[in-house]
Design a protein around this ligand. Structure first.
Ligand code: HEC
Ligand code: HEC
Ligand code: HEC
Ligand code: HEC
Length: 401
């Protein structure tokens, strides 16, 4: 099950493809039910409904109503038969949100009223265990299960922190699974003779590198992301051409602010030894790495593999790669123009400089003491061996999580 709210943040129409790909993926994983929020309405209700029909992903929400048909937009609940037990699963979303393109045709009901209506309805239809897929956030979810009787299991969504151990909220066992599909929760309930919940407990597991990839899924993700990258590249080219038309052919029409990135060509003029050494490091080929795995136009990947992504004078599109591709001088030393003004004041380079890119997801094995000698301009005679980085395979497939 999934608490819902899994559509991408970006409104760009290309991201719609990620949305349906995720839906296909959830069906493939055997998802019995998913909740929903206003995020799933971002590309319009018609689009969502057609994708639900195509994928047959069971999405539930009891408090989003269609004004015209006077029915809920998607089924309020499903009753899933597991062995000899009927599990009733319903969804709720916050009523304080903007429904975007569907705000005129849909309305939101008070979640507590919706819950008080559907919980007894599911019980009447034979469900003995009731699960809530909530998009109410932490506090409101907890208030709701305290106020409405009969909800056995809460799966909390919407900016939820991860808690390794779930908690009992009155008679409800609550699961806090965190964000972005990085974790998986397991809830175990024991039932009495009437198949009603007696006790419940929940644990959340981090889907870290120790949980191996399923090769066929990894392949699926990779081929999807390759195609996505191709389309993004074309889109960027079209946009650049359009911008050029609008500014009468004067480049991208971008004004340079006082401080901006300049690219390592400029630094090279006065710092040849450092430049020559830098060229031997893997930082100098970070752009080629993205090209090799066909992710050079994927916005999730570019920022740590180029200079000053989307900043003044920095990398904007793949056309800037020759000058601003790869991890260069200014990624560690700061904007070149700041240096021109005060050549004697160097920016101090510490572990924090590296950690902006060597994060827990990109570089889980990062250890400053081991990594730093590899990038020093006066390279030590012997270099420490670096541990293998299990995140590389994931990045190659185009996924950061
Ligand atoms: C026009 C020549 C020139 C250019 C271009 C230039 N520098 Fe410098 N840089 C200097 C001089 C001169 C110094 C101070 C003397 C020295 O330590 O070599 C210096 C010092 C530095 C220092 C050391 C500061 C210190 O106090 O230890 C760093 C780091 C540095 N530059 C980085 C860069 C980077 C990065 C670029 C490109 C964005 C760049 N420089 C471009 C001339 C230049
Ligand atoms: C702008 C982002 C960025 C910053 C800042 C950065 N790195 Fe990197 N680093 C990368 C990327 C991207 C790669 C992978 C390059 C490739 O192989 O394509 C990398 C690779 C490396 C490698 C090679 C690792 C291997 O497995 O071969 C070392 C060593 C390294 N970085 C050390 C450092 C240190 C030390 C710092 C801080 C002083 C630092 N980096 C700062 C992005 C960054
Ligand atoms: C948060 C910054 C960051 C982002 C975002 C990022 N990378 Fe990286 N990438 C790195 C760093 C840092 C390394 C080097 C890690 C190490 O060796 O410990 C790296 C290494 C790699 C490598 C391995 C290079 C080698 O040495 O073989 C590949 C491939 C790669 N990245 C591709 C991608 C792709 C594709 C994406 C998008 C899904 C991506 N990266 C997003 C920072 C990032
Ligand atoms: C991964 C981070 C990183 C990158 C990329 C990087 N430097 Fe440095 N740089 C350092 C560190 C750390 C020091 C201080 C320690 C040392 O001397 O190596 C330094 C020192 C310097 C100095 C001071 C003198 C010296 O050699 O110690 C200069 C000049 C310099 N860098 C220029 C450059 C230029 C030019 C580039 C790009 C071609 C560059 N750096 C790329 C990390 C980086």
């Amino acid at each position: 099950m999934d608490a819902g709210g899994f559509f991408p943040e970006a409104a760009d129409s290309l991201y719609r493809e990620k949305a349906w790909f995720l839906m296909d993926g959830m069906v493939l994983l055997g998802t019995d039910a998913t909740g929903m929020s206003e995020k799933e309405l971002k590309y319009g209700r018609g689009w969502l409904l057609s994708q639900l029909k195509r994928t047959r992903l069971p999405m539930v929400c009891a408090n989003i109503w269609d004004k015209q048909t006077k029915k809920t937009l998607v089924p309020p609940y499903v009753i899933v038969k597991k062995g000899t037990v009927n599990v009733g699963v319903f969804g709720l979303t916050s009523d304080k949100v903007d429904l975007g393109p569907s705000r005129d045709s849909l309305t939101l009901e008070d979640p507590a009223l919706a819950a008080a209506r559907v919980v007894p309805e599911m019980r009447k239809k034979g469900a003995t265990v009731i699960v809530l897929l909530s998009q109410l956030g932490k506090v409101e979810s907890e208030d709701l299960v305290t106020g409405v009787d009969g909800i056995d299991v809460l799966i909390a969504g919407r900016n939820i922190p991860v808690l390794q151990k779930g908690r009992m909220i009155k008679n409800t066992v609550a699961c806090y699974g965190g964000e972005k599909g990085q974790n998986m929760g397991r809830t175990i309930v024991t039932l009495d003779a009437g198949r009603r919940m007696q006790t419940g407990e929940n644990d959340v597991y981090v889907l870290g590198p120790e949980v191996p990839e399923k090769p066929e899924i990894l392949q699926l993700v990779k081929s999807f992301n390759d195609a996505f990258n191709d389309k993004m590249r074309k889109l960027e080219k079209e946009r650049a051409a359009q911008a050029q038309l609008q500014t009468g052919g004067e480049g991208q029409g971008q004004k340079q602010s006082v401080d901006h990135f300049v690219g390592s060509e400029v630094c090279q003029r006065c710092h040849m030894p450092e430049f020559a050494q830098w060229q031997t490091t893997s930082h100098a080929k970070a752009w080629q790495t993205l090209v090799d795995v066909k992710k050079e136009s994927t916005p999730d990947c570019v920022p740590c593999h180029v200079v000053g992504y989307k900043q003044a004078g920095g990398f904007q599109t793949a056309d800037d790669a020759t000058r601003l591709g790869s991890v260069q001088c200014e990624n560690c030393h700061g904007m070149g123009t700041q240096h021109e003004a005060m050549p004697a004041q160097a920016q101090r380079i510490t572990e924090a400089t590296c950690r902006t890119c060597h994060t827990a997801s990109s570089s889980p094995v990062f250890d400053f003491a081991l990594f730093e000698p590899h990038i020093l301009h006066k390279r030590p005679a012997t270099l420490p061996t670096l541990p293998p980085n299990p995140a590389k395979e994931k990045m190659k497939a185009g996924s950061m999580h």
